[in-house]
Write a protein that binds this ligand. Structure first.
Ligand code: SF4
Length: 344
C-alpha cells in the first residue's frame, strides 16, 4: 500500500496536494454559484473556519462565467464542479479556475474528455476524476466497476501525457469507500481526495465521515479531505479539523471535558460550548480542560495546559494538573479565556 507521502504532488492554485504535504481541508458551497455575492460571502466564512480549497457547482453558463469574479474575491483555490456538459468545463478553464472536478461517467464522449484534458494541460489546471458509486446503475461488483472506470479515464488523460490528476472514490457505503480507496492507493500514485457521499446529517453524517475518513487517514491513505453533511458547510470544516487533529495531522486546540456525573454542581455545558466556540478560531495545539468537579477534575485535567474544575459558586483554575487559584463562577469563562490567551 502506498502511503500518502509516496503520492505525486499536485499544485491546486498554490495548495499542494499529495507527497509529504499536510492533508488539506476542502468544502463546497451550497449557494447558487451565479449569485456571486452569496457565494463569495460563504467562501469567506469557509476560509475563516479553516477551509483550504473550495468547490462550487457549475450548472450552466452563467455559473461558469461567474468563476473569474469569484476567484478574484477570495483567498483560497477555487474548484469548478462540472457534470454532463463539457462546454461548461471548457468555460471554467477559460475562467482560470484552479482545478476541475469531473465525473467522466457523465461526460459521455471520450473525445470531449480529451478536449478538456488538452485545455487543462495548456493552462496547468489539475483534474480530479471524481467517481461516485451513485453514478453506476448496478451495484454488483461496485468496487471493481469504480476501479475499472477510473482506470479507463486515467488512461485517456495519461495518453495525452496529462498527469495532474487527483482521484476520488466516494460512496454512501462506508465499507465500499474503504475498500475502493485502499485498492486505489495501491494501484496509483495520484493523490486521493477522500470523502463519503450523501453521508447524512451533522450527527449521523459526522460520525460516518469520521469513521470512514479516520480509518483511511490512519492507514496513511488520503491527501485531502472533504467531509460532507447535509448542513451548513462551515460545520464540515469543523468536523474535518477534528478528524485530522485527533490523528495528529492538524494543529488545533483540544478541548478536554468530562462526561459529567452526579458530582456535577454547576451549569457546565454552556461554559464548555462557549470555550469550544472560542477555541475554534485559534491556531495552536493548546489543551484546555473543563471538568465537572474538584474531586476528580484536577487529576483528570493533568494532561491539559490549562483548565477549570467546578465547585458550587466557584471554579478551581488548574495549570498542568496543579490548582492555581479559585475564581467566582460568574467570571469563569472570561478568566479562562484570559489564561488561554496568555499561553498561545
Ligand atoms: S470530573 Fe467530576 S463531575 Fe466530571 S465525570 Fe469526573 S467525577 Fe463526574
Amino acid at each position: 500500500m502506498k502511503n500518502r507521502e509516496d503520492t505525486r504532488k499536485i499544485n491546486v492554485g498554490g495548495v499542494i496536494i499529495g507527497g509529504n504535504n499536510k492533508v488539506s481541508i476542502q468544502s463546497m458551497t451550497n449557494t447558487p454559484t451565479k449569485n456571486v455575492k452569496a457565494t463569495i460571502s460563504q467562501i469567506k466564512q469557509l476560509e475563516k473556519a479553516g477551509c483550504e480549497i473550495v468547490r462550487v457547482s457549475v450548472l450552466d453558463i452563467k455559473d461558469a462565467k461567474s468563476l473569474t469574479y469569484i476567484k478574484e474575491n477570495i483567498n483560497i483555490p477555487l474548484v469548478a464542479d462540472i457534470h454532463f456538459d463539457y462546454l461548461l468545463a471548457l468555460e471554467a478553464i477559460n475562467q482560470n479556475v484552479d482545478k476541475l472536478r469531473l465525473n467522466p461517467a457523465n461526460i459521455t464522449s471520450k473525445e470531449k474528455v480529451k478536449e478538456i484534458a488538452y485545455k487543462c494541460k495548456e493552462k496547468k489546471i489539475p483534474i480530479r476524476i471524481g467517481i461516485n458509486s451513485g453514478s453506476f446503475k448496478s451495484h454488483d461488483n461496485l468496487v471493481e466497476m469504480m476501479i475499472q472506470y477510473a482506470e479507463e479515464n486515467i488512461k485517456i488523460l495519461e495518453d495525452l501525457q496529462f498527469s495532474d490528476i487527483i482521484l476520488s472514490f466516494k460512496s454512501t457505503e462506508l465499507k465500499v469507500c474503504l475498500e475502493v480507496n485502499r485498492i486505489a492507493s495501491k494501484k496509483w500514485s495520484y493523490p486521493l481526495h477522500l470523502g463519503m457521499t450523501e453521508a447524512g446529517t451533522e450527527f449521523s453524517g459526522g460520525i460516518k465521515n469520521s469513521i470512514g475518513l479516520g480509518i483511511l487517514l490512519n492507514e496513511g491513505i488520503g491527501s485531502t479531505i472533504r467531509v460532507s453533511i447535509t448542513d451548513d458547510p462551515i460545520k464540515e470544516i469543523k468536523i474535518a479539523k477534528e478528524i485530522l487533529k485527533n490523528l495528529g495531522l492538524y494543529k488545533a486546540p483540544t478541548l478536554i471535558s468530562c462526561p459529567t456525573c452526579g458530582r456535577l454542581q454547576y451549569n457546565m455545558i454552556p461554559i464548555v460550548n462557549k470555550i469550544e466556540e472560542y477555541l475554534s478560531d485559534i491556531k495552536s495545539d493548546i489543551k484546555v480542560a473543563i471538568m465537572g468537579c474538584a474531586v476528580n477534575g484536577p487529576g483528570e485535567a493533568k494532561q491539559a495546559d490549562i483548565g477549570i474544575a467546578g465547585g458550587i459558586n466557584e471554579v478551581l483554575l488548574i495549570k498542568k494538573g496543579k490548582i492555581i487559584k479559585k475564581i467566582p463562577m460568574e467570571n469563569a469563562v472570561e478568566e479562562l479565556i484570559k489564561e488561554i490567551n496568555s499561553l498561545i
